[in-house]
Write a protein that binds this ligand. Structure first.
Ligand SMILES: O=C(O)[C@H](O)COP(=O)(O)O
Ligand SMILES: [Mg+2]
Length: 399
């Protein structure tokens, strides 16, 4: 079986040589430790980590390290992470180290992957023909609304034209908005929207919870009518995504939010880039994953983001492609930049950019859809706004 190859940016501490520092990573994550040990038998040494290369990069270095595949327990994502993204982050011989990407051989990508993927989600919504991007909204305020008002906001967004509605990351099952009641109310209003518009709208209830309860919570959401579920992958773990996706009775798309990711992904010199996270979410079975925006409220490197989305959409040992989600600070005036850079196999989500519209949620949803239609029909947002009043008002508000 081919090795696992991990690529890291790192800066050695003090007078540690770059080669020695890279070897320290390889040793720590395989058969070594901080000193020679008498128990490292000869037969164990086939599992040694090997430094393939060390190259200067900016104020640090990039190294590629080979980990023998035999070290990995196929199908065990937490164990994969303990090797490629484990103790190495704290090594005293390094000032900083960032996992940039990791190549796993086919045998270790032995997962079912997404149940629906991009095409499956498109089919549910009925946009497989037009191939336009989907428009989603996050109910705002992110916490505080009661179930009835949440449902009303969802209804307005649905009638206005969104394809997808989701809870925000901090809304789970609090007393002010119990999940089961919320899901029932929202789905009932989405049925009304369906009767009026003929369109299916997905609603992802946030089922994030402690490990031993998450599947049970998702099943409750489905019993109450949810036609999608959402989970926070960094706080709940990749195993939570896998447990939800692989449960035969949970036959709805799994929307994967990444709250807390920036603690790992944001700093260019230390942490974990989004790319390995994207790979692991695909293996674990997420159908939709937030990867960021080129123009929104969170800082992103457009090149890195494009590459992350390719990891979700490109060939990967037969696993279905994951729908990338651009979310955070989007509004109709930003739609063109997002689609030009990220393509139309994308879910564009807006919270403030819909519910903050001068004429309210329904007009805000319409404005987002108009911005998408403008792009698909080859017009600038400004041109299209001339005879689309909702879009015009949005562009005037958010210059
Ligand atoms: O979870 C998200 O992606 C955010 O809630 C987006 O909200 P915003 O569109 O208001 O920034
Ligand atoms: Mg949010």
């Amino acid at each position: 079986m081919p090795d696992v190859i991990a690529e890291y940016y790192y800066e050695p501490r003090g007078d540690t040589s770059p080669e020695f520092a890279a070897q320290a990573i390889a040793d720590e994550e395989t058969t070594g430790t901080w000193t020679d040990i008498s128990t490292r038998m000869e037969y164990v040494q086939r599992l040694d980590g090997v430094v393939e290369s060390v190259e200067k990069s900016g104020s640090g270095y990039i190294t590629r390290i080979h980990y023998p595949a035999e070290i990995f327990e196929a199908g065990n994502v937490p164990q994969y992470l303990s090797v490629v993204a484990g103790n190495l982050f704290g090594l005293g011989r390094l000032d900083s180290v960032r996992l940039l990407d990791v190549e796993f051989p086919k045998e270790l990508v032995s997962f079912k992957g997404p149940k629906f993927g991009i095409d499956g989600v498109r089919k549910l919504i009925g946009t497989d023909v037009s191939k336009r991007p989907h428009v989603g909204t996050i109910i705002k305020p992110k916490v505080g609304l009661n179930p009835k008002d949440t449902a009303e906001v969802a209804y307005l967004a649905a009638v206005g034209g969104v394809d997808f509605i989701k809870d925000d990351e901090t809304l789970t099952n609090q007393d002010f908005c119990p999940m089961e009641e919320r899901v029932q109310e929202v789905m009932s209003r989405l049925d009304d929207a369906m009767s009026e518009t003929g369109r299916t709208i997905l609603y992802a209830a946030n089922v994030s919870d402690r490990a031993d309860k998450i599947v049970e919570r998702a099943k409750k959401a489905l019993e109450c009518g949810a036609n999608a579920i959402m989970v926070d992958v960094i706080t709940c773990g990749f195993s939570a995504v896998q447990a939800l996706s692989e449960d035969a009775s949970i036959n709805v798309p799994v929307h994967v939010h990444r709250t807390m990711h920036a603690a790992m992904t944001r700093y260019k010199k230390h942490g974990i880039a989004m790319r390995p996270i994207a790979r692991l979410v695909r293996m674990s079975g997420g159908d939709q994953l937030h990867t960021g925006t080129v123009s929104g409220k969170m800082g992103h490197d457009p090149d890195e983001l494009t590459g992350d989305n390719m990891v979700l959409k490109g060939d990967y040992f037969g696993l279905k492609p994951v729908f990338p989600v651009a979310s955070g600070g989007l509004h109709p005036g930003k739609v063109h930049a997002e689609l030009e850079n990220l393509g139309t196999d994308l879910i564009l989500q807006a919270g403030g950019g819909i519910h903050g519209h001068p004429k309210g949620t329904m007009a805000g949803a319409a404005a987002m859809r108009q911005a998408v239609d403008a792009f698909m029909e080859g017009f600038s947002a400004e041109e299209y706004a001339e005879d689309h009043s909702e879009l015009k008002l949005a562009l005037e508000k958010w210059k």
